[in-house]
Ligand binder design. Structure first.
Ligand SMILES: Nc1ccn([C@H]2C[C@H](O)[C@@H](COP(=O)(O)O)O2)c(=O)n1
Ligand code: ZN
Length: 159
């Protein structure tokens, strides 16, 4: 008999983004991203982390303090990592599943790489100017965005 409780595409791809986020060393906010094409094939994944060669143990993870001693100048965002991790050519028409709404810098990269849809889970910085700017750019550039509405609070992994 055919199973009926299988994951939807949205649950599956957001699940991959959530799992990717668990690789992040950021103790305050872990973000994961999963890029998918119009054939529902996964193109790339990423999470927020320090650039290659910048060792996690030698980099600051603080949120506050002297700007050079916080994570913000250094950490590479999940969406940007997913875009840069893609080795296959064009991302035109792809969609991105991301656990946190993209910042303005990632929004620019998403637009410029030709992606057409953002599916996000959290929008905890919705009132920040960077998120307002992201939405302004997505609206102008015709990039759709929608909130992922989970049907359950958990996606189970059975080992
Ligand atoms: N869409 C986003 C937004 C943020 N990030 C990363 C950058 C930081 O590692 C962390 C945010 O830190 P917080 O200010 O909440 O302590 O999330 C990302 O990868 N993608
Ligand atoms: Zn970003």
């Amino acid at each position: 008999m055919k199973r009926t409780d299988y994951l939807s595409w949205d649950q599956y791809f957001m699940g991959v983004a959530l799992l990717s986020a668990q690789r992040s060393k950021d103790d305050h906010t872990q973000v994961g991203a999963c890029l998918v094409n119009d054939q529902n094939k996964i193109l790339s994944v990423g999470y927020n982390g320090m650039p290659t060669g910048c060792h996690d143990d030698d980099m600051p993870w603080e949120r506050e303090g002297e700007p050079l001693d916080t994570k913000y100048f250094y950490v590479c965002h999940a969406e940007l990592n997913a875009i840069l991790n893609y080795g296959g050519g064009s991302l035109y028409g792809a969609r991105v599943y991301v656990t946190l709404f993209p910042c303005n810098e990632c929004a620019k990269a998403i637009i410029q790489s030709g992606m057409k849809e953002v599916i996000y889970m959290q929008d905890k910085y919705a009132d920040d100017d960077m998120t307002v700017a992201s939405k302004r750019m997505f609206d102008m550039a015709g990039v759709k965005y929608r909130k992922f509405e989970p049907k359950d609070q958990t996606i189970e992994l059975h080992l």
